[in-house]
Write a protein that binds this ligand. Structure first.
Ligand code: 3PG
Length: 220
């Protein structure tokens, strides 16, 4: 599976922070039941990699990524845990090279036009854009499309359902990322039905532009 297929597998990638191993599989099952198949488990807690491994073993329908990759070693850990893909909040040449070396489908984090150019020069055409709200929101992403029509973004950071729809309406947005699908309060309460409902609302947020193959000729 290539990163372009992963970012096209759904409109929203939930950004997940897990504190308890017992939450990993029920959370993944709730997201899948709500129609969200692509999950990003962030390396922000000590159990993250074990959680990825557990989800890979017990929830085979899930496409599981490791998020918050910031060092080449993180790629090794993600590959060892069985991750399908990796995501970073930012990129460096070091990180972009490591993604290729480990052959892990990778969504590099970018923000500025220069960072987008550097990642594109390294061969990446799908990128996370973080933090999207603080950078200027949908207007900022639209402006990047004028100069980089061959790059598609997954804006992340400060996104809520209403702004998600605005981003998804842009032709250079393949999906958005966000933590609103997996709020800490619902995870800690074990409210899997509540998370399933949030996932269902998100999974039906479709871009009004048709299937990805009809969107390749981007017009601004
Ligand atoms: C990320 O890791 O991409 C962000 O922390 C998610 O941002 P959000 O919590 O504002 O959705």
């Amino acid at each position: 599976m290539e990163i372009k297929d992963i970012v096209d597998a759904g409109p929203v990638i939930p950004v997940i922070v897990l504190n308890e191993m017992s939450h990993a599989v029920p959370l993944a099952r709730a997201l899948i039941a709500g129609g969200i198949r692509v999950l990003e488990v962030t390396l922000r807690t000590p159990i993250a990699l074990d959680a990825v491994q557990d989800i890979r073993q017990k929830v085979p329908e899930a496409i599981v990524g490791v998020g918050t990759i910031t060092t080449p070693r993180d790629f090794q850990l993600a590959v060892d845990a069985g991750a399908h893909f990796g995501v970073s909040p930012a990129s460096s040449m070091w990180l972009l090279d490591a993604a290729k070396e480990f052959r892990l489908p990778f969504l590099p984090g970018t923000l500025t036009p220069s960072e987008v150019l550097a990642a594109r020069d390294a061969g990446f055409h799908e990128m996370k854009l973080f933090p999207a709200l603080e950078a200027g929101g949908p207007g900022f992403v639209r402006a990047l499309g004028a100069v980089y029509p061959d790059v598609r973004f997954c804006p992340t950071g400060g996104i809520i359902p209403s702004s998600a729809r605005e981003y998804l309406a842009l032709p250079n947005v393949c999906c958005v990322g966000g933590s609103w699908l997996t709020p800490k309060v619902l995870i800690e309460a074990g409210d899997w039905a509540g998370i399933e409902q949030l996932a269902r609302d998100a999974s039906t947020m479709r871009v009004g532009l048709g299937p990805p193959e009809t969107r390749s000729a981007v017009r601004f």
